[in-house]
Ligand binder design. Structure first.
Ligand code: KIV
Length: 287
């Protein structure tokens, strides 16, 4: 569970945990730093650098090798959400509501969100959808569930949208996305993820709504940025989306380590003397 008290930092001083109010108040200020996290050690590694850690349903593809986020379940989100909450002491932890756990009705969304909050110790939930989700966002926020909205490219709607292409190239679609942004902000979302839209549209949305926008494949003018951590650290193989900057090549480092280990084991160089337990206890009788 994320502890909401000051965290001592190396070299002295403390770091205050990030709250929903702090994220909301970051509108138009220093950009919010956000990344995905799915496990405790990654949450621990990212925590102090980030304002917000998202347990995204992208874990379905990144961790489980699924084709899309559609098959991700509430149980998967709860298991990973709890793991991340245990590792994060500073950043706000937000957990995705998976496909099918909230679209049916506000009451269904509340039941799913309540389980996520209670069973993971996270701070807020995220859901995909614009104007169509406004009633649900209002229902949740009125009942004590902070909601991060997600508009533009919505991966859970990939079957309806027919792919992951950038949105808002046509005027009518751009206007609909602006209307979505207004609707979710007016409904009470504390911030809005704007994914995969043309840059001028993301900038327009940012200057239109009163809560922070968090961009992914959107615009440097958003109030914050988010990336899938595995993309950012080079731990995903295959196609790298245009909007990703790789800050490390962890995948290559893991491959190289596995190769070196394999060579050592095959040549009987591992384990070496220093890895073995000495015979200091009672003598073990030979065969
Ligand atoms: O699931 C996820 O990781 C997301 C981010 C890409 C915003 O929704």
């Amino acid at each position: 569970m994320s502890a909401r008290r000051p965290i001592p930092i190396e070299g002295g001083g403390t770091l205050k945990p990030v709250t929903v109010s702090k994220i909301r108040a970051a509108k138009g200020k220093e950009p919010l730093v956000c990344l995905t996290a799915y496990t405790t050690p990654i949450a621990q590694a990212l925590d102090q650098s980030c304002d917000l850690l998202l347990v995204g349903d992208s874990l379905g593809m990144v961790v489980y090798g699924l084709e899309s986020t559609i098959p991700v379940t509430l149980e998967m989100m709860i298991a990973h959400g709890a793991a991340v909450s245990r590792g994060a002491k500073h950043a706000l932890v937000v957990v995705d509501l998976p496909f099918g756990s909230y679209q049916e009705s506000p009451a269904q969304a509340f039941r799913s969100a309540a389980r996520i909050l209670a069973e993971t110790g996270c701070d807020a939930v995220k859901l995909e959808g614009g104007a169509v989700m406004a009633e649900t966002i209002e229902f949740l926020t009125a009942r004590g569930v902070p909601v991060l909205a997600h508009i533009g490219l919505q991966p859970q709607s990939v079957n309806a949208l027919g792919g992951y292409a950038a949105r808002g190239k046509q005027a009518a679609e751009a206007e609909a996305i602006v209307a979505d942004a207004r609707a979710v902000a007016d409904a009470g979302a504390f911030a809005v993820v704007v994914e995969g839209v043309v840059a001028p549209l993301a900038a327009r949305i940012t200057s239109t709504i009163r809560v922070p926008t968090i961009g992914i494949g959107a615009s440097a003018e958003c109030d914050g940025q988010i990336l899938v951590t595995d993309d950012m650290m080079g731990m995903t193989f295959g196609h790298v989306p245009k909007f990703v900057r790789r800050y490390a090549d962890v995948g290559a480092a893991v491959k190289a380590a596995a190769e070196a280990y394999a060579e050592d084991v095959r040549a009987r160089r591992f384990p070496a003397e220093e890895h073995l337990y000495g015979a200091t206890g009672p003598k073990i009788a030979a065969g």
